[in-house]
Design a protein around this ligand. Structure first.
Ligand code: SAJ
Length: 423
């Protein structure tokens, strides 16, 4: 019977997972090296935003099922949910995973289960975790059990997806898989599929890579459609009516800490084989420069009075407050390389996290010769073109997410451009 849990890493995945188990009456101790985050949690404050997290965390703490600290404690089960980013040279940084594994070794006892939830390159459990766990002098697979069960939730809907998504469990042996399944069955309503650790590692990375390759395909089609003067959004919509076709959507690039990162794990592991994957990464990473070159073309076409660009959208996708790996940062850099003057605005990023950022929409639009929309926030879709026109110098708008109603903008006198439609 599992009674206690130690969760290492209290970020976007670890904290909701810890809270979820605590809400199901398991005694959970959460651990993080970030002392400020730990203090905040101890005071029932959140250091990350997630729907439903505040109320669930308060209940877990008030009921006495959740504690937080900077050091692990003995428990029946250890879950590791730490970051696994890429370095500047696109190689995997597995230091957090190694350090978190090393940190729990002194607390391990016979019968314990250790689960890695972080997304990692195939063979990480085998090559990084197991050598650390062996230092406990406990027999792997008989004294202690080990598995990889990658998180697959989307920020904003974490609790819903934690409960309802299917889960992959890859143990180092069958007993490890079965014990992990028993744990997640406490709250998971989706199916739990059992496999080995390396397969589970590949499955998770494969899912995000599938999306990246598919988006690269859509981006390539968008560039082709620009030249063909076809509306790619309409073409994709029609193609997707076919029962076996699911083309994703183009955009100014791919952001976030998952889809723009995980394919590199495969490229690093098998560079001679992961050719399509590498090309897709390069295609998506090339979108900011393509978008900037289009802006340049539009300014010339419009005989623009100046070179001021209002950039709307700094978050990596619509309706989130997360700027990690956002393509907007790259678009701005590319615009600046063309000697364009950028003022950026994002109603979801409430602190100025970018040097070009202002908090006021009117200020961002002041004297702008062109407005470019990079993120499909609801606030942008709802903008009134007549009001926007009142603040700008030029009347040109470039929508890279197909989130504006073009006829409304044209009625308000705008030259309305759309990525993947040339015009
Ligand atoms: N994007 C496009 N075109 C599309 C879809 C997305 O350009 O058709 C862009 C978005 O604008 C954004 C980026 O891709 O910049 C990534 O956004 P996303 O919504 O596709 O994914 P994430 O990064 O928020 O979450 C993904 C999810 N993975 C899959 O859907 C396969 C999530 O389930 C994972 O748990 C998460 O990665 C993770 O943690 O790995």
């Amino acid at each position: 019977m599992i009674k206690s849990l130690c969760v290492v890493g209290l970020g976007y995945i670890g904290l909701p997972t810890a809270v979820m188990f605590a809400n199901h009456k398991l005694h959970v101790h959460g651990v993080d090296i970030n002392e400020k985050a730990v203090k905040m949690i101890q005071n029932k404050q959140l250091h990350i935003e997630e729907n439903g997290l505040q109320i669930r965390m308060e209940k877990a703490i008030d009921d006495g099922y959740l504690t937080a600290g900077i050091k692990p404690k003995k428990a029946d089960v250890f879950i590791i949910a730490v970051p696994s980013p890429i370095n500047y040279d696109k190689t995997a940084n597995l230091e957090y995973v190694r350090q978190a594994t090393a940190a729990i070794v002194p607390y391990l006892e016979k019968g314990n289960l250790v689960i890695l939830e972080s997304t990692v390159p195939p063979k990480t459990v085998e090559n990084i975790m197991l050598p650390e766990l062996m230092k406990s002098n406990l027999e792997l697979g008989t004294d202690i059990f080990v598995s990889h069960s990658p998180e697959r939730v989307i920020p904003g809907r974490i609790f819903e997806e934690l409960i309802n998504n299917d889960r992959i469990v890859g143990g180092i042996n069958e007993e490890s898989s079965l014990k992990t399944k028993e744990l997640y069955e406490i709250f998971v309503k989706g199916q739990i599929h059992l496999t080995d650790a390396t397969t589970a590692e590949l499955v998770k990375v494969m899912e995000n890579t599938y999306r990246d390759v598919n988006i690269a395909f859509a981006n390539e089609l968008a560039k082709m459609a620009d030249q063909l003067e076809v509306n790619v959004w309409e073409a994709i919509k029609f193609a997707n009516f076919h029962p076996r076709v699911n083309v994703h959507l183009p955009g100014p690039g791919v952001g976030g800490h998952c889809i723009a990162v995980d394919p590199w794990f495969l490229v690093e592991l098998q560079p001679d084989l992961a050719k399509l994957i590498h090309l897709s990464r390069d295609t998506n990473d090339g979108m900011p420069s393509y978008v900037a070159s289009q802006v340049q073309r539009m300014l010339t076409e419009q005989n623009a009075a100046g070179r001021n660009i209002a950039v709307f959208g700094l978050a990596f996708k619509g309706n989130v407050d997360d700027m990690r790996e956002s393509p907007s940062t790259d678009v701005i850099e590319e615009l600046q390389k063309l000697d364009l003057e950028v003022t950026a605005y994002d109603p979801h990023i409430k602190e100025n996290l970018h040097p070009t950022q202002v908090q006021d929409m009117k200020q961002a639009l002041q004297d702008a010769d062109l407005l470019i929309v990079l993120t499909n926030h609801d606030e942008f879709t709802a903008m009134d073109p007549a009001e926007v026109a009142g603040y700008m110098r030029g009347k040109a708008v470039y929508d890279t997410k197909n989130c504006l109603d073009r006829s409304k903008w044209m009625d308000a006198g705008f030259a309305s451009y759309l990525l993947g439609n040339s015009k």
